[in-house]
Design a binder for this molecule. Structure first.
Ligand code: AMP
Length: 541
């Protein structure tokens, strides 16, 4: 017997319909690429997205076509996404921090037909476009006045282009399982792999994200997604913010401390999200200027481990709640969030920070387990590590074109490549990437635990730990440190600080100081490059 409830396909453009109907006057504020702060509303975005859809159809694009975007977080980028999805197209976000050859490779693999691009990236596009055979048109996210000179064919200014349509458009009626978006994983080894989101998965993901024990968002929030739309869908905020009708503040291309502070302050932002490196810059700016954060209530920190010292500063010095989150492009991306369950509600000080250092628990819609290499589940005891595996309606079941099949098993579990443990209350803690974990004398040492500890030292700005070959133990940890500005910490001082806080056999065998640690295009420490850099390094006896 079937239920007698309506078929109401979960389609992304219904999110924007809802935002325009219920929250039409709510603002979308953007730091435009041209410079000034601009203001539109959900009602404006709704109309302009339909103009985008109309124009795409008029130009001959069809449902299923991949339409790339190479752009910062702005209202225009958001409208383009919804316009693409609403005509049945598939938005494909490109990460401008990748090498041009990688971007061209990805575009060719996805067979992108059109590209929406910010002015910032025109020089990059001039290099890439001739290498992408499928590409028919470039739409520059600006107006006619700001259009740059270009040698490329078939380039239009977005504002002039959408001005040709009146926006009287009915969204395509689609199967909720139709593809709506695409994002390639950064691929530190091997070729990048394409994750293909569906309308259904994005809508469900947004519903998961807004829950009180996830991001906890409402129409009363003012949301600043610093995390770019090209990094795992801005962690879903481009869908969850309009779903609940929150004011959106889009940072454009400026993510330095003063620029982010300006938006937090002038727009009275209550909720923001980004990787730790962004927050390092903001905290440094606050410390230098003595400024406070009176409006901000919550910050979600993820993408790489959130150092304990960062959580402490936000909470103790600025009265901002930190939610440590973990996720992956393959998970749309949210996998777990560190809100506080009643079991931990009474904890204070360091005991509370111990819990917040974990990556949190899986919300409804994400199943999680840790297993050994033979796929046998490990206990949830908060210390036994294993390979972290997940499944759920917003988790990938394969990659575009059939790559990486070995990461998916027949029961639908996706092997994340992360190593973690889960405690009896369901809180998961990442201890490493499977590729980075240090194997010393047959036991595993967590590089993330050591890094978290080292950045707690007052003179350390950033730290990375890598395994160095060792004749007796196989591998031993080397701690690589970027000191804070104008500080010169001594090696023994840092080791002394760490001693007693981790098992003795985990202690790094040496510390080296560098000016900079290499990062990937999504802001993670690039361990492969770091290992190459220290390939010939020998540990002291
Ligand atoms: P991406 O798909 O680029 O978002 O990268 C996903 C990977 O980032 C995960 O598999 C983790 O290795 C890492 N990651 C994301 N969030 C965290 C976190 N909070 N702590 C530690 N690692 C994280």
């Amino acid at each position: 017997m079937l239920g007698l409830m309506q078929d109401w396909p979960l389609l992304c453009h219904k999110i924007l319909d809802h935002a325009a109907t219920q929250h039409g006057r709510r603002e979308i504020v953007s730091r435009s690429v041209e410079g000034p702060i601009t203001r539109t509303t959900y009602a404006d975005a709704h109309l302009r997205a339909r103009k985008v859809a109309m124009m795409l159809e008029r130009e001959g694009y069809a449902p299923g076509d991949r339409i790339a975007t190479l752009a910062w977080n702005t209202a225009r980028h958001l409208e383009a996404w919804y316009g693409i999805m609403g005509m049945g197209g598939v938005y494909h976000t490109l990460n401008p921090r990748l090498f041009p050859e990688q971007i061209a490779w990805i575009m060719n693999h996805a067979e992108d037909k059109a590209l929406f691009v910010d002015l910032t990236f025109m020089p990059l596009v001039e290099k890439i476009a001739p290498q992408v055979k499928s590409l028919k048109q470039v739409i520059v996210l600006t107006d006619g006045q700001h259009m740059p000179e270009t040698a490329l064919d078939n380039v239009v200014a977005y504002e002039d282009w959408i001005a040709q349509a009146d926006g009287d458009y009915r969204w395509k009626t689609l199967d909720e399982n139709a593809a709506c978006g695409m994002c390639y994983t950064s691929g530190t080894t091997g070729d990048p792999k394409g994750v293909v989101y569906s309308h259904r998965s994005n809508v469900l993901h947004a519903m998961i994200a807004v829950q009180p024990d996830a991001m906890g968002l409402s129409s009363r929030d003012v949301i600043l997604p610093v995390v770019p739309m090209f990094h795992a869908n801005a962690w879903g905020l481009a869908q969850s913010a309009p779903m609940i009708g929150a004011k959106l503040v889009m940072p454009g291309g400026k993510m330095d401390g003063p620029s982010i502070y300006e938006l937090l302050d002038t727009e009275k932002v209550t909720f923001t999200a980004a990787v730790p490196t962004v927050w390092l810059m903001l905290l440094q700016h606050l410390e230098e200027t003595g400024k406070k954060l009176p409006h901000l209530k919550k910050v979600v920190i993820g993408g790489s481990a959130c150092p304990r010292a960062m959580t402490r500063k936000f909470q103790d010095n600025y009265d901002v709640e930190v939610i440590h989150a973990w996720g992956m492009t393959e998970m749309s991306p949210l996998g777990s969030l560190g809100t506080i369950k009643p079991e931990y509600a009474d904890l204070e000080g360091d005991a509370r920070l111990d819990i917040q250092e974990k990556q949190g628990f899986a919300p409804f819609g994400v199943e999680m387990k840790v297993t050994d290499d033979d796929n046998v589940a490990r206990p949830w005891d908060g210390k036994t590590f294993g390979r972290l595996k997940v499944r759920g309606p917003a988790v990938a079941k394969g990659y575009y074109g059939g790559a990486g099949t070995d990461q998916f098993d027949e029961e639908g579990w996706f092997d994340t490549g992360d190593v973690a443990h889960i405690d009896p209350n369901g809180y998961m803690q990442i201890t490493d990437r499977a590729k980075d974990v240090i194997k010393s004398g047959g036991e595993w040492i967590s590089t993330i635990d050591l890094e978290n500890l080292a950045v707690g030292h007052p003179d350390v700005a950033e730290a990375a730990v890598i395994g160095i070959r060792h004749p007796k133990w196989d591998e031993r940890p080397l701690l690589v440190v970027v000191p804070k500005k104008d500080r010169e910490p001594a090696k023994d001082d840092i080791l002394g600080y760490m001693e007693g806080k981790v098992a003795k056999w985990w202690m790094p065998n040496d510390v080296v100081f560098v000016d900079e640690i290499p990062h990937t295009a999504t802001g993670k420490i690039q361990k492969t490059t770091l290992r190459d850099q220290f390939r010939d390094y020998t540990l002291p006896d």
